[in-house]
Design a binder for this molecule. Structure first.
Ligand SMILES: [Zn+2]
Length: 74
């Protein structure tokens, strides 16, 4: 039941400024081909000619396809 309390606390208690500081950034996930708030830039290195491609992938797709966010060291 601890989860219930946390969800209630997060909901509209300390959020006095709405649509101001850090709005959710939706990015296009190239794997499920749709917008996702959890999409981040991932590095794809499967091209033999070139440095590879940088695409966005959301969290579920990163787990499914084993993708790593850019900047994540090893
Ligand atoms: Zn996705």
């Amino acid at each position: 039941m601890a989860n219930l309390r946390e969800q209630v606390d997060v909901d509209e208690t300390t959020q006095t400024t709405e649509a101001g500081d850090s709005p959710p950034r939706y990015a296009y996930c190239h794997w499920h081909k749709g917008l996702s708030g959890s999409a981040v830039l991932v590095q794809i290195i499967e091209q033999q000619s070139g440095p590879g491609a940088s695409l966005y992938a959301c969290a579920p797709c990163r787990q499914t396809y084993g993708l790593r966010p850019v900047g994540e060291a090893a």
